[in-house]
Design a protein. Structure first.
Lengths: 372, 338
């Protein structure tokens, strides 16, 4: 950290970080005012991949908007599917069969593992370590194969339907998932030995980029960013939905608030996700995966509905306003990364460029989800 | 190896340039193979057997690309900078003894000459960054200079220690002193020398801008650092210079500490071609270690880097210098030998 009050009379320069820059992992642009290598001011400039998803929602039927939800955060698309179907089901009063809810949880948690694994690789890549990326992608590939076998796609999933799922799983999925979890349980200690305990990594993350809990609350940060600052908030626990109350899992919380804490939260979450998936597979009931009597044309009763789910990056909320017709009157998406990025300007003030980029990596940004 | 003077210079000149260029090309291939295998891939394999023709394809690609000179650059500095990196590196090969007879110029101050050329190298990075008219390049140039200054000090202190032990700056003579087996190598000259070797090797990593000290071209921070604006062979020459510097650094480590062209066990032959093999074997092993480190470790920050140099490496190397001096001069007095 630098004493900014003392340095204001020195010469500063403006540097454009992005929209094409290796560290932003997308088309985010950050306007940096720099004093040498210190950041005096950082101003994220958004909108380079703005696709007007919310406006699109107003011009499509309820069901037609489903594929859009998979294109917000393409790394954890199933959580976004879940958030949308959940609130529409709530508006329509549709009961979802239990088997479908279990399968939703299983696939969402697998997707969360995939998302965290990719983040792990990309984050260490931001810190200059190239190799973990390839290992993480190797593991992620197994998840994508599993999800492809049931959902039909590998990235921008559109698996959930109002009232259930597109199709049921088969035995191969169950055995494949169990085998994958066994494999990842063996690989995670390797990651910790090779990466987490690396002295250079520790020096770069410990005590760097501290986000006080107060700052996170002020900007509405959620997910691993908030939990890394010592706030025990997880939508799955605080506002339980689906079958999460029936599953036993912990919410990892680290009080330090530095980049290392956010790193550890995500690494611990991978383990918790594996626990959830295993339990859900054990408890998986028989039965249909689609509710009966779901109308072909949805017309939710006029009203204002909100629902949130815990996505890989934090709380994803959907607010829909229905006027009783077959298209939404208004559709508002509350994406977690937008709020998580908002604190970047304040948090990075006075930091070294390299540390500020480590901080940015630890926020786990997905730009299409910020811009929507 | 008996050549008359003008021919000798010519042969060595061509030989050295060919050696540097060939190594730059094939070290890139090796680096990609090593990186591939470390990362659970197989690396280049399509072009030629084992991808051995890949460097040729890469070179052709670089040469066929346009040499772009962006607006607002200082044209002279922009064009000279890559040469300022490559030429000193190639010149340093002049005094390196590849075997007992294979050395271009057996100069008495060979060691000094290499460090003089190594210092010119940083000028190339500075001018390339400065002349590019790019903020990332300027930041990178500033980083590279402070890094090189910080690491040249512990490196030179270690070298002074070595000169105290050997009593010569002639590289060939240094190697000759280490004859007879690995226990005679200078890395075992006294109990402190293994530490000195580690310091020297770390510093040579930092001097050549290699990971984990590759702050000059930290791709996730500064895009490509000082060569962000370079295209085609301008970039290619920077690249060749970088690899030539790695070879120089590893050759010096091998000559100063690991017995140069001597065989590790006394009775194995190390004359002529054998010596060349032993020397190259040691050098390539060290280069492999350099690559191994690069693909295993994340990058340090500038502070971490400077702290390591000024607070840890310099004090330790000074201590080694002092203790080695004491061992050479005071110890004989105590035990009463001359």
């Amino acid at each position: 950290m630098i004493d900014l009050a003392r340095s204001t009379n020195q010469e500063t320069f403006v540097m454009n970080l992005g929209p094409q820059h290796p560290a932003t992992h997308g088309v985010l642009r950050v306007k940096l005012t720099m004093d040498g290598e210190y950041i005096v001011n950082a101003e994220p400039v958004l909108g380079y991949v703005h696709r007007m998803h919310e406006k699109m929602g107003e011009n499509r039927t309820w069901a037609q908007f489903m594929p859009n939800t998979g294109r917000l955060d393409y790394l954890g698309a199933l959580s976004y599917n879940h958030g949308y179907v959940k609130v529409v089901e709530q508006a329509m009063g549709i009961e979802v069969p239990e088997r479908a809810e279990y399968l939703r949880v299983i696939t969402v948690e697998l997707n969360r593992i995939a998302s965290h694994l990719l983040w792990f690789g990309a984050f260490v890549l931001d810190l200059g370590g190239f190799t973990p990326l390839l290992y993480a992608f190797d593991d992620r590939e197994h998840i994508l194969d599993l999800l492809e076998s049931v959902t039909g796609s590998r990235l921008t999933f559109c698996y959930f339907r109002f009232g259930g799922l597109y199709n049921d799983i088969d035995d191969n999925f169950v055995t494949g998932t169990r085998a994958f979890i066994k494999r990842l349980r063996k690989r995670l200690p390797d990651y910790h030995n090779l990466v987490t305990k690396n002295i250079i990594l520790i020096k770069r993350l410990k005590g760097v980029g501290v986000l006080p809990a107060e700052m996170c609350r002020k900007y509405g940060a959620t997910g691993p960013v908030l939990r890394g600052s010592g706030v025990q908030y997880d939508v799955r626990k605080n506002e339980p939905y689906s079958v999460y109350p029936e599953l036993d899992f912990d919410v990892p919380v680290y009080a330090e608030g530095d980049s290392m804490a956010r790193y550890m939260v995500r690494m611990d979450e991978i383990e918790q996700c594996m626990r959830i998936v295993e339990q859900a597979l054990d408890k998986l009931p028989e039965g249909p995966v689609m509710a009966e009597k779901v109308p072909k044309i949805l017309k939710p009763a006029p009203g204002d509905y909100y629902g949130a789910v815990e996505a890989a990056r934090g709380s994803f909320g959907v607010r829909i306003v229905s006027d009783g017709t077959n298209t939404p009157y208004r559709l508002k998406l509350r994406s977690p990364t937008f709020s998580n990025l908002s604190l970047y300007g304040e948090a990075s003030r006075g930091m070294l460029l390299a540390d500020a980029l480590a901080l940015m990596g630890s926020l786990d940004l997905v730009i299409p989800e910020i811009d929507r | 190896m008996i050549l008359t003077e003008p021919w000798r210079v010519l042969v060595f000149l061509v030989g050295i340039i060919a050696f540097a260029a060939l190594n730059a090309a094939y070290l890139v291939w090796l680096e990609r193979k090593v990186a591939g295998h470390i990362q659970g891939r197989i690396g280049p394999k399509e072009v030629g057997p084992f991808g051995l023709l890949q460097p040729l394809a890469d070179g052709l690609k670089l040469m066929s690309k346009q040499l772009l000179v962006p607006k607002g650059v200082d044209p002279l500095l922009f064009k000279v900078a890559p040469l300022l990196v490559l030429v000193p590196a190639v010149m340093s090969f002049v005094t390196i003894p590849f075997s007992d007879t294979l050395v271009a110029r057996n100069i008495d101050i060979g060691l000094l000459l290499i460090f003089a050329f190594a210092s010119v190298n940083v000028m190339g990075l500075l001018l390339g960054g400065w002349g590019s008219n790019n903020k990332y390049a300027v930041i990178s140039a500033a980083r590279a200079v402070s890094q090189n200054v910080a690491y040249e000090i512990p490196m030179l202190i270690t070298v002074i220690t070595m000169v105290m032990i050997t009593g010569t700056m002639n590289l060939n003579e240094m190697v000759v002193q280490q004859a007879g087996g690995f226990w005679n190598w200078h890395i075992f000259a006294n109990p402190l020398m293994p530490i000195a070797f580690l310091i020297f090797f770390t510093c040579s990593l930092a001097e050549t801008n290699r990971a984990p000290f590759d702050l000059g071209e930290a791709e996730s921070e500064l895009i490509a650092g000082f060569h962000t604006e370079y295209s085609g062979m301008g970039f290619g020459v920077f690249f060749m210079g970088e690899y030539a510097n790695i070879i120089i650094g590893c050759s010096l480590s091998a000559i100063l500490f690991l017995g140069g062209w001597h065989s590790p066990i006394g009775f194995l032959p190390d004359q002529g071609l054998w010596g060349l093999c032993w020397f190259l074997g040691k050098v390539y092993f060290l280069i492999f270690c350099v690559m191994w480190i690069r693909w295993t470790y994340p990058r340090t920050t500038l502070w971490g880097l400077l702290n390591l140099s000024w607070k840890i490496l310099i004090p330790i190397s000074l201590l080694i210098l002092l203790l080695t001096g004491a061992m050479i001069k005071v110890w004989p007095l105590i035990i009463g030998v001359s």
